[in-house]
Design a protein around this ligand. Structure first.
Ligand code: FES
Ligand code: FES
Length: 163
């Protein structure tokens, strides 16, 4: 008999209850059991960051977390950023700054950047953004557009002089 658990979690504000095997990763659970295929899997062993999601507001690599560990948690994935057809400010900035090419890494970078921006202030500079983004890999862009996009949003969300 399989080792399974009944868990409940919120994903982008939607409540889910499901039975999941002990060994199922959060990434596989999100993609295959719940249909949130925006979370991408690259290396599947914690190197590339393509699978980055927010678990109770903290960025985590969903390939390294078991689904059962998300029981009772709030998960945010890339699907939760846009409002219908309206891109979020961060998504629009990635587009404007050419922060993506093939787009495979983009969901992970967007969620990593959201975590960074939630703690950033008006003093966010390219160096600190580059350091924060350094945990994820992009094979296409050279990172410059990604850094510029995150800096743009940091400035717009936290204008100089604001708290
Ligand atoms: S797929 Fe999770 S870190 Fe690469
Ligand atoms: S845009 Fe292709 S891997 Fe980053």
């Amino acid at each position: 008999m399989k080792d399974v658990h009944l868990i409940s979690l919120s994903v982008n504000g939607n409540e889910h209850e499901l039975v999941v095997e002990s060994r199922r990763t959060l990434a596989d659970m999100l993609r295959h059991d719940l249909g949130y295929t925006g979370t991408h899997l690259g290396c599947e062993h914690g190197i590339c960051g393509a699978c980055t999601i927010l678990l109770d507001d903290q960025p985590v690599r969903a390939c390294l977390v078991f689904g059962v560990q998300a029981d009772g948690c709030e998960v945010r994935t890339v699907e939760g950023l846009a409002d219908g057809d309206q891109l979020s400010d961060l998504q629009q900035a990635f587009s404007d700054r050419h922060g993506l090419q093939c787009g495979f890494c983009t969901p992970g970078f967007l969620m990593l950047a959201e975590a960074y921006l939630s703690e950033a202030d008006s003093s966010a500079d390219p160096e600190s953004v580059r350091e924060a983004m350094a945990s994820n890999l992009c094979r296409c862009t050279g990172y410059q557009g990604i850094v510029e996009a995150v800096c743009d949003v940091a400035r717009s969300r936290h204008p100089a002089g604001s708290t």
